[in-house]
Design a protein around this ligand. Structure first.
Ligand code: 5AD
Ligand code: SF4
Length: 440
């Protein structure tokens, strides 16, 4: 049967979709080119904000007409929303055949077969959540490896610990073997994924590791020694896990990119406490300073929530000031969305939508200004990029990314190919990316 998977949400979901697809192909199915062309249609969903759930539900309701045209079409909902709402989705969406939670990836081929004769919902937390996490689709310059599953931190706003369960780390040998296989098949950049990657190998303990100790650093060093691999990135680490050992490993491993995603969430100590984030603005600052001392060209990106319950103008101003002080090269700003089941849902969602939007726009404006400044200061520099391929926007140009995370567009020469490391002279700065000339 022809399978189409539509993915919502984060990179972990992208990765899970790839693993599901690989499993289904191995079971003899093929890839469909579009939703209309599919016999099996799976929606891999996200629950992190209400808008993400509404978007997926809207799309799935809409797909009813495909089922009317093709009654044999099997429609399934997977991922975090499936885990959160389970059977309720079968009631709400009568044309859906199966709902399958986050711990059942590896069972997808059986589930699809079962669901073609009987509607079903399966959201039990599976004991073997790690099974099937190593399945990949062939080839590709860019690859992703999930190194942990779940989260133990329970930030008060976050639904993830409830829908993805307790944090578990995969075996280091499995991860390294998987990375080597990917590199043999042509992968040049690997993105390591986890809700808190820096908690890798700590056995689910929520205390950051003691000085001198970081199993995540050990893993980075192992991966850094793989011949043929050019770049290693990771997302997301929790700030307080950046101890001396991890910072040193990142600075010494030549393949680990100097661009670190470091979720801040808020710059107000009071709000951070309410969020159950285990740091203050000063602790965050100190970690950033320590990383910058060891890795002078590092760039930071972040996640921030505006409009958390009780967030005052002063709280927001502290977030804004801290963001400008750190000088992120990218930030993802989210308007607080109460998630039933998460702790903060008990607090009144006190910041009106208009104010959340206003704060969102202010931070976006600051970011655009700062990014424009950073990009124009790079004009004239020579940068090293990993070539991705033809630009999405303009078929005459190619693009590649610097280790520090900037996208650079350039005209191809006869030799350029995806996966190459090339040097580029930056000639012009755009609003969010750079333009330049390939050097020989
Ligand atoms: N409301 C808004 N943003 C949220 N995030 C997580 N939960 C919520 C929520 N309930 C954001 C956090 C996290 C990112 C992935 O999503 O900033 O880092
Ligand atoms: Fe959610 Fe916090 Fe875990 Fe990130 S660290 S997934 S924000 S609970």
């Amino acid at each position: 049967m022809r399978v189409y998977i539509k993915t919502y949400g984060c990179q972990m979901n992208e990765r899970d979709s790839e693993a599901m697809m690989a499993k289904l192909l191995a079971a003899g199915h093929t890839k469909a080119t579009s939703e209309e062309d599919a016999d099996i249609l799976i929606f891999n969903t996200c629950s992190v904000r209400d808008a993400a759930e509404r978007k997926a539900k809207g799309k799935i309701s809409h797909i009813r007409k495909l089922k009317q045209r093709n009654p044999n079409l099997v429609i399934g909902i997977a991922g975090c929303m499936a885990q959160r709402l389970g059977e309720k989705l079968l009631d709400e969406l009568p044309h859906v055949d199966f709902v399958v939670g986050t711990g059942q990836l590896h069972r997808m081929p059986e589930i699809v077969m079962e669901a073609s004769s009987k509607r079903m919902a399966e959201t039990l937390e599976s004991k073997d959540v790690l099974t099937g996490m190593g399945e990949h689709l062939p080839g590709g310059v860019f690859g992703q490896i999930a190194i942990t599953r779940g989260c133990n931190r329970f930030c008060s706003y976050c639904i993830v610990p409830y829908v993805r369960g307790r944090e578990i780390s995969r075996d280091r040998e499995d991860i390294v073997r998987e990375a080597k296989e990917m590199v043999d098949a042509g992968t040049r950049e690997i993105l390591l994924l986890g809700q808190n990657v820096a908690a890798y190998g700590l056995g689910g303990d929520i205390r950051p590791p003691r000085p001198g100790y970081s199993p995540f650093a050990d893993l980075l060093e192992d991966l850094d020694s793989i011949d043929g691999l050019e770049r290693i990135r990771f997302t997301s680490p929790y700030v307080t896990y950046f101890n001396d050992r991890l910072v040193e490993a990142i600075s010494k491993c030549s393949k680990v990119c100097h661009c670190i995603h470091l979720p801040l969430q808020s710059g107000s100590d009071r709000v951070l406490r309410e969020m159950n984030r285990q740091y203050t603005a000063d602790i965050y600052r100190e970690h950033v300073a320590a990383i910058r001392r060891a890795i002078p060209d590092v760039t930071f990106s972040t996640d921030v929530i505006v409009g958390f319950p009780g967030e005052t103008d002063e709280d927001f101003a502290m977030t804004r000031d801290l963001m400008n002080e750190i000088g992120y090269s990218q930030s993802y700003i989210f308007k607080y969305s109460p998630r039933p089941g998460a702790k903060s849902a008990a607090l009144e969602d006190s910041v009106p939508e208009e104010l959340k939007e206003q704060r969102n726009q202010i931070l976006l404006g600051d970011l655009a200004e700062r990014v424009a400044g950073m990009l124009s200061s790079m004009v004239g520099d020579t940068v090293e990029v990993l070539v991705e391929g033809v630009s999405a926007r303009n078929a005459e140009r190619w693009s590649g990314r610097t280790g520090t995370g900037y996208m650079v567009h350039f005209l191809p020469d006869g030799d350029v190919a995806p996966g190459q490391i090339r040097h580029i002279k930056v000639t012009r700065a755009g609003a969010v990316s750079l333009f330049g000339e390939l050097l020989k």
